[in-house]
Design a protein around this ligand. Sequence first.
Ligand code: UDX
Length: 454
Amino acid sequence: MRIGVVGTGYVGLVSGTCFAEFGDDVTCLDTDITKIERLRKGDIPIYEPGLEDLVAKQVKAGRLSFTTDIKEALDGADAVFIAVGTPPKKDGGAEDGHADLKYVYQAARDIAQNIKKYTVIVTKSTVPVGTAREVEKIIRETNPDAEFDVCSNPEFLREGAAINDFMHPDRVVVGTESPRAQKLMKRLYRPLYINQTPIVFVAPETSELIKYASNAFLATKITFINEIADLCEKTGANVQDVARAMGMDGRIGSKFLHAGPGYGGSCFPKDTLALAQTGQKLGAPQTIVEQVVQVNAQRQKEMAQRIIDACGGDITGQTIGILGVAFKPNTDDVRDAPSLVVIPALQEAGAHIIAHDPEAMEEAAKHVSNVTWTDDPYAVTLDVDCLVIMTEWNEFRALQLDRIKKSMKTPILVDLRNIYNLEEMKDHGFRYVSIGRPLIDNLKASLSSVESVA
Ligand code: UDX
């Protein structure tokens, strides 16, 4: 099939490239000429494992191209995906939670003016309930003669696993009441369909709400285990064991039960806020989601105090090493990352920060200042008073602990992602603070052994 994709951000570029992998002929459109020129040179503006190779393969096969010309993108297209940004609206400066749909609506107008044959317009971006209907209205008004249908087709892609999630989704959700559009979408997703992937056909509003409800539920699940972790710390229980045993219940499931510093990213924070606002606006308050938003924001702030407490309560003049600043591993994305809250708070408390992240340092440096950045994770441990593991990159899972201990001024390790085993930490002489698990404190023994040697 012939596909147009409007928007070459995270969702548009991954979706367009994967449709090309299915064998479709795809043209990705963006208004940003710099981005399009980079893509034409095979330079991918986002870090997503496997994407660069997949784009190159599709471009070489002549199935994927990039343009700033909407006519070219829509030329002969059977379906056009709207995959533009829907950032939180900034009325009067503060984010009020509503998604800003100006890019979606502009795309709808541009598409309407260039439709030449029956076309299915697909809202792929995460959009508030009712947007597909609004897009239909805009296209109808802009071009009354256009022959088209609009459908909602939300994505469930995780950053860092987007290609896998596109190729092996748990389900494809399509919101439309048009049998003709249903038929076309079934044809489009046939490569998945033959892999037994269920395609769920629902009304547009239902499709849009499925996306928000799914993300909000996942954010709620994470926040739930984060609060249980706090209770574990008060009772001496181990949150990893609690989560493991909970997850054995098929009704709960083991995924998204890893306690940590609070969720971040470009989706959970934005989507929970938008859902809470929608509930308020329509008189069906989502009180649990409202709580989740509050608790998560507070948790990110609390993480800085946890580090300060681990260092004895005063970090004035101290140096703290941070491993990982991305909101999760395998991405360079720092949007709403806990690191962007924790680092300024530690600096505020008088500490100097040295940090390393395999991919996200450039992005993070746009948001936090006066940080010493280094490409070497071990340089982060040199003469530091405390080392913090903020993001669970694989590179940090097997650090040489004895080497680190010798390198640090005081062997205090705060592991906000529980990547190290408690038993293992007992043998290395750290004060080891983690999330929802008992404290391992060998600091005194460790320091006295250093004094005795001295
Ligand atoms: C999420 C949804 O998973 C995806 O389906 C949707 O399309 C987009 O939003 P993403 O934000 O890329 O994907 O990352 P995800 O892996 O879901 O992690 C989100 C946040 O939750 C991260 O900050 C992560 O560190 C945190 N998290 C995740 C936890 O703290 N604990 C967990 O067990 C899982």
